[in-house]
Design a protein around this ligand. Structure first.
Ligand code: SF4
Ligand code: SF4
Length: 68
């Protein structure tokens, strides 16, 4: 798969609606491209590219994560 980047749409992202405030998308990322510093905080995206495996997008019920 081609290398890409992902972006979080912070207008859709609602950590308070995710189980225990844990970002399911960050949890699903095997490369730590997405990371959450603490529960209930917005996830951050590292500037590196990633393999575009789409696990993050599939894990986010709010559809807040996209490939760009
Ligand atoms: S990106 Fe999705 S899974 Fe992660 S905190 Fe936001 S709404 Fe929850
Ligand atoms: S597409 Fe895969 S590697 Fe890239 S941020 Fe999402 S889960 Fe991580």
């Amino acid at each position: 798969m081609p290398a890409k980047r992902v972006a979080v749409d912070y207008s859709k992202c609602r950590p308070e609606e995710c189980e225990n405030g844990i970002c399911a998308a960050a949890l699903a990322c095997p490369h730590k491209v997405l990371r959450q510093e603490a529960p209930y905080e917005y996830p951050l995206v590292s500037p590196s590219t990633c393999p575009d495996c789409a696990r993050c997008a599939e894990a986010c019920k709010q559809k807040a994560v996209k490939s760009i």
